[in-house]
Design a protein around this ligand. Sequence first.
Ligand code: PMP
Length: 425
Amino acid sequence: MTLSTNAAGEPQGRRRTPVPSPQYVSTGLDVWTMMNQVAASVNAVNLGQGYMSYPPKEFIKRAAQEALVENTHNQYAPPRGRPGLLEQVGIHFANRLARPIDASSELSIHAGANEALLSVFTAFLEHGKGQEVILMEPAFDQYTPNIIMSGGKPVYVPLRVQCADKDPAKDVISSHDWKLDMEELEAAINENTRIIVVNTPHNPVGKVFSREELEQIGAIAARHNLLILADEVYEHLTYGVEHISIATLPGMWERTVTVGSAGKMFGVTGWRVGWSVGPAELIQPTLSAHTRIVFTSNTPLQEGVASAFKLAKENDFLNIQRQEYERRRNRLMAIFDDVGLPYVVPDGAYYLLVNAAAIKIPNDYKFPDFIEERGANFKLVYFFIKEFGVSGIPPTEFYSEPHKHLANDYIRFAFCKTDEGLNEA
Ligand code: PMP
């Protein structure tokens, strides 16, 4: 069929298709699909994406199975969440934040921490006003699109490696050597700034922010009257250092929404249950946004998580899980000690940043176009997967364009994987 065209030369008739927003027109493969495909092409051990490659504990799976059998657990939950889960999350945060938590006003349940983050951005950013959100790079890859969807503008302040006595290309360094320059942070703030996102323990660096660092960030937030969005989804995964919630520091509860994840806490990332906690004045708009985004999170798995919280205490689950992760972390670090590649020792979360600057890629090595066009870091990761059979993720994906070079030598590996997987690696 020949199509007629209009005066502007655009095709008319049946083959015209509706025009999507440019933000959602994919220009290529997303990094996860891309690297999963590269990994599959050589049957690589997949240490790329941060999902658990082992099953959840039996008592956690049983909690979900039992929840589904109850008829009333198969209908809408209240948008704020099922009372039983609100109660358990309330008890958890009363301990963690050392203050009473009113579950009827200071908490909301979400469809994973992802949706809690989107709800906060939606609730506190206005479209068309040029409002800004400060992100520390490397930054979890959902923040930027979620801020833009909410009408805001991300502004990036990179963590910078500061270890005068060591060379990160040759020596193992600490995740604490990745520092936030407080002057750089304050210089990035202007009258349009509304929110600072603080992710501790940090994905992908594994940095656990110290009390002093959090106090300094808090003081800056207070000076400029900013909301702090505390992404603490890895709160229970620290190795030998204390996780401090910024909301516990003097004067910080009033300006902080803390976000958490049942997926990370109980090893069930597919359940999509998360939460936000903060003062009623901050949770009310967050809950309103959540109600318009998803209305409510799924009922049976909220019940499953409520039971998991109770059973976890009886089983000392969180401590045991922490020890298991620490063992996996140490195993993966030992593998890179063996091959002589230095890394950043993570104090928290479940990622290892390996510095692969020592790997020299032959000049005539052939890369497919979809890798070639993504720059040096993607080439390094591609080469590593193809030649060594272990897959990771290019951490430049967690940076804005001007700062990508800071991560060019690094590969991110996830250690939420089975012992067999790690041994095979
Ligand atoms: N924040 C960070 C820093 C994360 O790494 C993740 C998951 N990878 C999330 C939030 C999202 O958590 P959830 O799966 O509960 O949506």
